[in-house]
Design a protein around this ligand. Structure first.
Ligand SMILES: [Zn+2]
Length: 397
């Protein structure tokens, strides 16, 4: 797509505003963009170029970069709405436009509305698209974003940058074949764009309050390593006889024990670390606080399963990027040292949560710090140790 000529208009306070005139229909249409914009680069995006071309098919479209943005002059402060409004006037004057339909998109909405109210005779129509009065929450503006939400967005943008890096890397390395999809639970296998695969494997059932509760471990097939999250249990023990465990240990399943490179324990309750001895010599990542509690607190777990011969822990203090796109994140609540595994998928993350919630209701209405933290990640799904299906957020508008 050819880039229309870029011209400059000068505002009353001396700022140079870059603009373009596209199309030659009778009606003038001024497009007031939101957030970021660059009138040269927008034509390189087929979707945007198509969008503007369609608008210009029935109008004389005036496109501009507002002050501080794109090809227009930089400014030192956050400009007032009045100053931004003068960008529109300057462009219209320079383009010989007496009156125009003013199209305010997103953050451009308030500026467009102020222009229409200030210059009614120069405004033939006001169009608001995805616009809002302001961004931040206040008592009289409950639709605004709270500081907490803004922080979440910020984290999402940062994650987005990291995802791009992961995707580039996996694209270079080519498709990675999964060898575990045939395992039980494989029907739940989800293939993420970054070819990180998560497969639940059922290793036991326990009797809890009269009902059978499954125990799952999760295999994360990452291009760089195969990671096992929790290890279930492999034998009976008098301390937990009342739970009437029925076992399907990994060592008795068609499961490639040698293929596991890294083990992560979400926490060290007996039904999560009972198979650690199968992975002696391989690194087992656990939060230091969890390890300390398991070794020092009474009735916490079955201690000989924690420190079985040859088991080697890598204590972690806080968050850790274990592999590209795969993070360990503390999620205290069920235990003080509980951690979850956050997997970047190219979209919303997937979480392997262990017992961050023992049943779905605990994530529907989060209470613990860990549950709140997991919800703040806005995950697509959360795998839990004691549920057959992954938890998904209820659809939000
Ligand atoms: Zn537990």
């Amino acid at each position: 797509m050819e880039i229309p000529d870029v011209r400059y208009a000068r505002t009353r306070d001396g700022v140079n505003i870059a603009y373009q005139v596209v199309g030659d229909a009778v009606m003038d249409l001024v497009f007031v963009h939101g957030w970021i914009h660059n009138i040269a680069h927008v034509w390189e995006f087929p979707l945007l170029a198509h969008y503007y071309s369609r608008l210009a098919s029935f109008s004389r479209l005036l496109l501009f970069d507002r002050r501080g943005v794109g090809l227009s002059d930089r400014v030192s402060d956050v400009p007032t709405l009045e100053a931004r409004m003068d960008d529109i006037r300057a462009v219209m004057d320079a383009a010989g436009s007496n009156n125009a339909a003013i199209f305010g998109s997103s953050e451009g909405g308030p500026t467009a509305a102020l222009f229409a109210a200030t210059y009614p005779t120069r405004t033939t129509a006001l169009i608001m698209y995805g616009a809002y009065a302001k961004g931040s929450w206040s008592a009289d503006y409950p639709w605004g974003e709270t500081t907490r939400r803004v922080r979440t967005y910020d984290q999402r943008y940062r994650r987005g940058l990291r995802q791009t890096a992961v995707r580039r890397r996996t694209a270079r390395e080519g498709h990675h074949d999964s060898h575990i999809n045939h395992h039980r639970g494989g029907r739940y296998t989800m293939n993420a764009p970054a070819s990180i695969t998560i497969t639940p494997v059922r290793v036991a059932d326990l009797l809890a309050e009269g009902e059978r509760m499954p125990v799952y471990v999760h295999v994360i097939d990452h291009p760089d390593a195969r990671v096992l999250v929790d290890t279930g249990m492999t034998e009976l023990h008098p301390a937990v006889a009342d739970l009437d465990p029925r076992l399907r240990p990994l060592s008795k399943q068609d499961f490639d024990l040698a293929g596991i490179d890294i083990v992560v324990n979400t926490h060290l309750h007996f039904d999560h670390c009972g198979g650690n001895h199968l992975f002696a010599g391989r690194p087992i990542y656990v939060q230091r606080r969890e390890l300390d509690d398991a070794r020092s607190k009474d009735d916490y777990t079955i201690r000989e399963w924690v420190d079985a011969p040859g088991v080697r822990y890598v204590p972690v203090d806080g968050e850790l990027e274990l592999l590209p796109g795969l993070r360990l994140v503390p999620a205290p609540g069920h235990t003080r040292g509980l951690q979850v595994v956050v997997v970047e998928t190219g979209g919303r993350p997937v979480v392997v949560g262990g017992d961050v919630a023992v049943w779905f209701g605990e994530l529907d209405e989060p209470h613990t710090e860990g549950q709140l933290r997991v919800r703040a990640l806005d995950p697509e799904l959360v795998w839990l140790a004691h549920e057959h299906e992954p938890w998904r957020p209820r659809h939000e508008a």
